[in-house]
Design a binder for this molecule. Structure first.
Ligand SMILES: [Zn+2]
Length: 386
């Protein structure tokens, strides 16, 4: 079965979900014949960098001709989409062979005319992984690029790219895709595929994906296979190891009321259900941040609508002054995050359990002023490393 990610991959600029700032700038460049020789697409994984690179390649090769947006349906566009157009070179710098082939391709083939189309497009994925020699080869080409060549470099780590390269590229920063955009796309796919879905389950998938469409689609796919075409809340909680908002509310209230016994019970439940505790601490931090935002921005309806799932519950937590105890939770979450940089996957549940229990114990007794909690506003729940 073709994966949902492949099947619903955007084929034209118009299909792209989110990244409107990138889409509109590139569309103008194509229509006005001002496509640059080198682009750098930066951003978190799964936000559509390679997909955008392919669409740009189509713009340069499409049978619609120069200065037109690609149709996504002609022979050239289809070949690009399939990854077998002779004038589009896709290289993955993260693989061992990738580094060699980048050097070889660049040194050996960049000077030759395109095979079929008007341009040759080099898409280099994870470009920050290139060796110094490979970067040097690339730099030579970027200094005097042949007329027909366009480079699109993609990376999750722009800070690892040499300054000399950065100064010669047009840079685009891809953002995490908004929750509403992901949700709309998922429900569209569910309808197309005939999946039945539970609303709350879909929301969990969206939140778990943290702005990455690829992750969202792969969760959706697994759930649909598992549930035989039905996305149920129970399966979703099971598979993603996430805690429902009710659980989060109970935990917040337990902290506010200093109900240690209840908190240990709740953590026990999480563990027995096989929850990923690192992921749980992340969720708890995001939740605490939302409580704080609610506290300081109650009048801003638009803001609250995007962050707060259940205002009634959050209001109760604010009234119970759960924020008094949030600093300890933030500290332990940071510690857990630093020890385990691999997102979502936590192999050491036992150690996390001890830390969470310690944090909760500490959270029961401290006197932290609200002013100290301002630090939590620095936390961006959409950021890749959170
Ligand atoms: Zn076309």
């Amino acid at each position: 079965m073709e994966s949902l990610y492949r099947k619903y991959r955007p084929q034209t600029f118009g299909d792209v979900v989110g990244q409107s700032h990138v889409v509109s700038t590139l569309e103008h460049a194509v229509l006005e014949g001002r496509v640059s020789h080198a682009y750098l697409f930066c951003g978190p994984r799964g936000t559509g960098k390679t997909t955008m690179a392919r669409i740009l390649a189509k713009s340069l090769l499409c049978d619609m001709g120069k200065d037109h947006l690609p149709d996504g349906t002609c022979e050239q566009c289809l070949a690009v989409a399939e990854g077998n157009h002779p004038d589009v070179y896709e290289l993955d710098a993260a693989s061992r062979t990738g580094v060699d082939s980048v050097r070889e391709e660049i040194i050996n083939s960049v000077g030759y005319a395109p095979v079929r189309g008007r341009s040759k497009i080099y898409i280099i994925d994870e470009v920050h992984m290139l060796t110094t020699q490979a970067f040097n080869a690339l730099l030579k080409t970027l200094e005097e690029p042949p007329e027909h060549v366009v480079f699109v470099m993609c990376t999750t780590d722009p800070q690892m790219i040499p300054e000399t390269i950065l100064s010669r590229v047009q840079r685009f920063d891809f953002k995490s895709i908004g929750q509403e955009d992901i949700r709309n796309h998922l429900s569209y796919i569910c309808e197309k595929e005939g999946f039945e879905y539970n609303d709350e389950a879909l929301d969990l998938v969206v939140r778990h994906a943290r702005g990455g469409m690829r992750d969202a689609l792969s969760s959706l796919e697994q759930l649909s296979v598992f549930g035989n075409g039905a996305i149920t809340l129970e399966d979703t909680l099971d598979m993603l190891g996430v805690s429902s908002s009710t659980q989060m509310h109970e935990i917040a209230m337990g902290i506010a009321e200093r109900n240690g016994a209840r908190l240990f019970e709740l953590i026990d439940e999480l563990i027995n259900n096989g929850a990923d505790l690192l992921h749980f601490t992340r969720q708890l931090c995001v939740h605490m941040r939302n409580v704080y935002v609610y506290l300081v921005a109650q009048d801003n309806k638009a803001l609250l609508d995007t962050i707060v799932e259940d205002k009634q519950e959050i209001a109760e937590e604010v009234a119970a002054q759960v924020m008094e105890y949030s600093k300890e939770l933030m500290d332990v979450a940071n510690a857990a995050r630093q020890r385990d940089n691999v997102p979502v996957v936590s192999e050491d549940n036992e150690e996390n359990e001890t830390e969470i229990n310690t944090a909760i114990y500490e959270a029961e007794s401290p006197q932290v002023s609200l002013a100290d909690d301002v630090t939590i506003l620095d936390i961006d729940p959409d950021s890749e490393d959170f």
